[in-house]
Design a protein around this ligand. Structure first.
Ligand code: G6P
Length: 485
């Protein structure tokens, strides 16, 4: 996100996502450090360079004063990013509350928060009001920067109300919306009190895209809207005369070249050498996750413990490196998870000493770690695509390590034939898969890797973005033709 070829005129694209690809840290009244943000959405969108793109979003920091807002806006402009300033109260209600305590668990089949059900019910209205207010704040920034002909691409569960806000302001705006998480089946989704209003707002977009679960999304749109006359048609969902194309799922990818190139850098090669020395005589297993309950980190570590219990000969011959990046640390469920993981890691290390847990790594260190890994464990309980699995594969051209992959990650559809698929809830099955992966013959590893590597290097984020935007352009043209007829 930064380098663009200015010689060829490109279509202007306004990407709107809750989080900018860089998060800001304040160094003084008017100076800022910018760090790359973590998460699948950023990982995918960083690979887009065929558009004249601007990114609109939150920089992850509260900036109440004018000097701060002005200087941060300038610092971000160099990265072609435009900030939306959210104050602490809005962040608390919209981001920690409605987005991450309600929508996120619901969309990942965890249901509405269990322990605090009544408190959640009581605070629901105010959190939903803040959600709508925050979405309107994003819309105001888009409207300020929008030029005729731009494509506006809204992302993820944080911004379901945004297409409606944008279209109400300017009906001619080309608006797409894309969901990066799973979409739950109706039995889960219909518990959401604001289900109807939210889906109707999304349907204000011209094109809606999902990673997967398209059938649930379509059915739910039709079910929720059938009360008010909306119809499912072969072309999409029609609501009060407005047709929204709910196109086939668009599987996302990564900028695989960025990883392949990084492995050639001298500092990454040095790092690989150091890691090989550090882990000499041991096989390396790796987990890289945000510290999120959907990632199944405790279950994964318990499966590793079971494997060591049952296979004493492996105890000093294998190490599990688990990178667990802290995330959404103000949400109580995440705080509980963090203590739980620390406790389990401490206990297992007390018994076997075969686990290293780390909070985060920079991009080059991460590439080096991927490259020296023998077995990657991606065992989410439920996930969007999970691009960590793609990143691992991109860095494995020489080692041809094995990917153990949850059947509940979107990547299971694309990398399933090359990976060992597991049900992450089944600790016995995951433990057995670890044994299988560690002893897999070289020719089988090679074959599986080839399948995955070909997929990851041909289904890139660039291709994903081009397909979505070109469908969005076509959809708008078709709609114009239809109204002229
Ligand atoms: C997931 C979501 C993204 C989000 C990322 C990181 O990948 O789909 O929208 O940005 O997690 O979470 P955070 O709350 O830190 O932005």
């Amino acid at each position: 996100w930064g380098k663009q070829d200015s010689r060829v005129p490109k279509q202007r694209l306004l990407v709107v996502a809750n989080r900018l690809p860089v998060s800001a840290i304040r160094k003084s009244e008017d100076s800022w450090a910018l760090e790359i943000s973590v998460g699948g959405l950023v990982s995918a969108l960083l690979g887009i360079n065929e558009f004249e793109a601007r990114w609109i979003g939150w920089a992850g920091v509260n900036v109440p004063d004018e000097i701060g807002q002005r200087s941060l806006t300038e610092a971000l402009a160099e990265k072609r990013c435009i900030p939306v300033f959210l104050d602490e109260e809005i962040v608390h209600q919209y981001y920690n509350g409605y987005c991450n305590n309600i929508l996120w668990p619901l969309f990942h089949y965890l249901g509405l928060p269990q322990e605090d059900r009544l408190a959640t019910t009581r605070s629901f209205q105010s959190q939903f009001a803040a959600y709508k207010e925050a979405n309107q704040m994003f819309a105001d920034v888009v409207n300020e920067h929008y030029r005729d002909g731009d494509v506006v691409w809204c992302h993820d569960y944080h911004l379901m109300f945004l297409p409606k806000c944008l279209k109400e302001h300017n009906n001619k705006m080309k608006v797409g919306w894309f969901l990066h998480t799973p979409f739950p089946s109706s039995e889960i989704h219909r518990t959401l009190p604001s289900r109807s209003e939210l889906l109707r707002s999304v349907l204000a977009a011209d094109l809606v895209g999902t990673l997967k679960d398209l059938q649930y999304y379509e059915l739910e749109c039709q079910r929720v809207h059938s009360y008010s006359g909306a119809q499912g048609t072969p072309d999409g969902v029609e609501d009060q005369g407005k047709l929204t194309r709910v196109a086939a799922a668009f599987p996302i990818g990564i900028d695989s070249e960025r990883f392949v190139r990084a492995l050639e850098l001298p500092q990454v090669k040095d790092h690989i050498k150091e890691l090989k020395e550090r882990f000499a005589g041991r096989k390396v297993m790796l987990g890289v996750d945000r510290l999120d309950m959907i990632k199944g980190i405790p279950q994964k570590i318990l499966a590793f413990e079971k494997f060591l219990e049952e296979n004493p000969i492996w105890r000093d011959k294998v190490v599990l490196v688990q990178i667990a990046v802290p995330t959404r640390t103000d949400v109580p469920e995440y705080q509980k998870l963090s203590s739980q993981v620390h406790e389990i890691v401490g206990r297992i290390n007390g018994r076997f000493g075969s686990l290293t847990a780390d909070r985060s790594l920079d991009f080059h260190a991460l590439c080096a770690l991927y490259a020296v890994t023998d077995v990657a464990l991606v065992t989410s309980l439920r996930d969007g695509m999970n691009l960590v699995s793609y990143e691992f594969v991109a860095c494995q051209a020489s080692k041809k390590g094995v990917l153990i992959l949850s059947e509940f990650a979107g990547a299971a559809q694309s990398l399933g034939a090359g990976a060992i698929l597991v049900n992450p809830w089944n600790v016995t099955e995951v433990a057995a898969s670890i044994g299988y992966a560690l002893t897999m013959p070289a020719d089988e590893r090679e074959k599986r890797h080839r399948h995955n590597f070909t997929h990851v290097t041909t289904h890139t984020s660039q291709e994903w973005a081009e397909t979505f935007v070109s469908e969005l352009n076509d959809t708008v043209v078709e709609a114009q033709l239809r109204t002229r007829q």
